[in-house]
Write a protein that binds this ligand. Sequence first.
Ligand code: ADP
Ligand code: ZN
Length: 736
Amino acid sequence: MKSSAPLILQVAVPAPLPRHFDYLPPEHADPATIAPGIRVRVPFGKRDAVGVLLATSAHSDIPAAKLRRASALLDETPLIPADLLALARWAAEYYHHPIGEVVSALLPPTMRAGKSGVAGPTGAWRLTAAGSAIDTQLLKRAPKQAALLRLLAQHAGDLDAAALDAALAHWPAPMRALLRRGWAEKVRYAPPPTPAALPVAAGLSLNAAQTAAVQKIQAALGSFQTFLLDGVTGSGKTEVYLGAMAESVRRGGQALLLVPEIGLTPQLLQRVRRRFPAAVVFHSALPAGERLAAWHAARSGRTPVVIGTRSAVFLPLKHPGLIIVDEEHDASFKQQDGFRYSARDLAVVRAARHHLPVVLGSATPSLESLHNCAQLRYAHLSLPERAGAAQHPALHLLDIRNRPMENGLSDLLLDAMRRHLQAEGQVLLFLNRRGFAPTVMCHVCGATLQCGRCDARLTLHANRRLQCHHCGAQRPLPERCEECGAGALRQYGYGTERLERALVRLFPDIGIARVDRDSIRRKGKLEALLEGMQHGEYPILVGTQMLAKGHDFPRVTLVGIVDADQGLFGVDFRASERMAQLIMQVAGRAGRAERRGEVLIQTHHPDHPLLTHLVREGYASFAQALLTERRAAGLPPYAAMALLRAEAVTRAAPMAFLDAARRKLAPACGRQVQLLGPAPAPMERRAGRYRAHLLLIAAQRALLQQALATALPALYELKLVRRVRWSVDVDPAETL
Ligand code: ADP
Ligand code: ZN
């Protein structure tokens, strides 16, 4: 043994094991560089891996002779700031997910691969005195140069490439022109400006409820407080976000706005950009380079505002000031595979750790958030009225039992459509099923066409191909029944494509737009459709829940919900909550301008208590009733839940693994944590794998957490673990 203990590096290595790994520093490593948050290249098994240094220690449980040496330190200064590293450790513990995988989720992919870390700014530009003197009105023939001049003039300091990218598309060519004319100059280094120095445009003047909400949020800046901004669709929540963000930015704090899906909210993006020209966007579908640029812009403090999806909750922020989660009820904030975190919940945890306010906004808040308000953990901000002149739409159930139907549309709905179209209103039909027909069945033997890899029927698409909506498998529609050989295959039920085709026949002279995952596959297609809708090109819109996502369609006066029964009998305990949220969100597209909207809901169950309650009493009352049910049933938010999931190519393996897991968990669970199962998942086979669940429920979260923390490490040791893919899902968004 040496006299001085060696320094041990505790490294988070992306591997499915619930611990860090110990290494010795590389030979000749500069001790000054060794700081938590730097990346480290290490030998791992037979390969090399890029990990992140969590901490150093004087001691390791591994005998000194067996300790391996890290091969290189990849950063000179920590890439992941300490606060974020602490959040990652918290999340790994709470979600019981391997720390190495959690930490790796904090890094843009290029950095995960070990590529260059914190690049210095490559350059920046500023106006010269001559440039400041130019009257941009005189540059009518060079509008891009004029726009760039104005941008540089608005801006107190220098602008670097990332800021320019964020503010102006295609800036390099006009920049070259400005440099040539001596109006701008390049500087080598731009010290990151504080967010307050960045341009912010003025917003609308707010109404009383909006003003009150903004004031409460502003008053909380600099301290931790969670707000639920509960505002009906069209009540101006977005303006409240923008107002609160502007104040945070004015005081030098960056604002992080989390949204469910950026691709579906071009309007929101435009509004944010108009208000904060230097805002950057961050989501996982961005090309790697842009993602990296956005990551740096957030980390360096160069951008005042980041708008991003789920994964943006882990962005490093130099001056964090405010976090906002728009449409907080949306299930897409929960990651559904691998590291199954909830970005909404982590946003609250992060705000608490940074001492920031966090705003959760929705017209249809989750039961969790409503419960937190009732417990006074969250402050409730309410926007009860629509902004401007708009009124709430009126909701009606259409009893379609025994009515004449035309391609899934009742005579009642068709009449209403004609009435609204004649009055130059726009009609939106919502059908949450894409494709042509959800079922193809043999009229002779009754066999349906099934996916070969899932327990699910294949959906027929208009291109005559069959598609599985669970695993993506595709094949052509066969000529004959595969069971009995009869040429009698028929399609049953309606998808958006079939509805669209029927509407073209019913309303031959009227423009119809369809919005679903298939119709907007091409980039820019959704923007083009939305644009056309704004200009009245499509009096009829047909679509899936994509139409429900926060769009502002000022001309829509009638919303038809083609099939409400679909959501009434879901297996999952959240099915009725989700159904109500969807109906209210779609309904909220109606009557957003002067004319009052009408919402007609087709159902075969007009007396169903869920539907009647929702329609008569509204979402808030409906949610209270659901909360009462959940309390009686001992379900979240009155209980904490975790789901142990396992899957394998054989039916027996996941059940056997979960049986063994149950035996390991039972002693730790005691009587306070209930174990249910294992049982096959409701859709047992998906993409060729059999799936099973073991459910854990406890009245107190701490007890559930303790049981998992005690027992889970032993599961990694089970022999069966090699035969299955398994994961823990804490606070599952669905139990399917
Ligand atoms: P939400 O996010 O709650 O659905 P939005 O912020 O999108 O609501 O606002 C709905 C519509 O009302 C938008 O067209 C918006 O421009 C308008 N609006 C919002 N606040 C105001 C206001 N204070 N004055 C006038 N119009 C407003
Ligand atoms: Zn399938």
